[in-house]
Design a protein around this ligand. Sequence first.
Ligand code: FES
Length: 237
Amino acid sequence: MDKIIVTVDGQKVSVESNTTILEAARKTNVNIPTLCYHPDQNIKGSCRICIVEVEGQNSFSAACCTPIREGMKIKTNTMKVREARKMIMKLILANHNSECISCKRNGNCELQTLCEELNIEENDLDKFTNLLPIDQSNPSIVRDQSKCIKCGRCIEACDEIQGVGAIYTVNRGHEMRIAPAYEKNLCDVQCVYCGQCINVCPVGAIYEKDNIEEVWRALEDSNKHVVVQIAPAVRVA
Ligand code: FES
C-alpha cells in the first residue's frame, strides 16, 4: 500500500493511503473524541463529535470518515474545533435524558467522559427530550429510549455482527428512533438475549436486567431457537 505524508497538529506522519484522519491522528498520539465510531464496526459518521479543521477547507471534516490526502494539514484542537464540538455535544445532551445519578452507566458512560473532556458542566440549550416508556418486556435486556443517542452501534452489533436483526431505525428526522421493527416490544421480536447491543452502547440506553433467574426461565420457556452467544464478544471502544 502506498504511503502518504500528512501533518497532524504540526507533526508530520507517514501513513498508508487508505487511512482516515482519525487513524492518522491516533498514530501520532493525538486524541480526537469519538462517539458513534467503534473500532470493531463499520464507520457511521453520524455523531460529528470528531470534527477537525483541514487547511484550505471552509468546512469541518469528520475525522472518522474522511480519508487522508497527500500533504493534508489537519488541525484537531483549534478554538473553532473545540467550540463546534461543544455545541454538537450540547445538542446531543438536549435530546438525552440526563438523569445520570440513577443511570446504570453512571461513571462508565462515554457521554459523561466526553462532557468532562470538553469541559461541559451545564447545558444552556433547551431540552427537547421525549420521555419515552422504558421497555422492560425482554427477560434480560432493558431499553431506555430517552437515553439513546442514536449512534447505531447496537443495530450493527445485532444485525450485522450477530445476524439477528432485532432492532433497527424507525421513523425519520427528529422522530427517528432505534427500536424493534414497528416499535414492538423487545420481547416480541427475535432477540436471542446475547447482550452484544449492551456491550457496544456508549450510554445507558440498553442495559442488562439484574434478575438472571428470569433470563434462564425465559430461555427454558422460549420456543425460539435460542443461541445465547453466536460470535465472540466485541471490544468496548
Ligand atoms: Fe466521527 Fe461520530 S465519531 S462522526
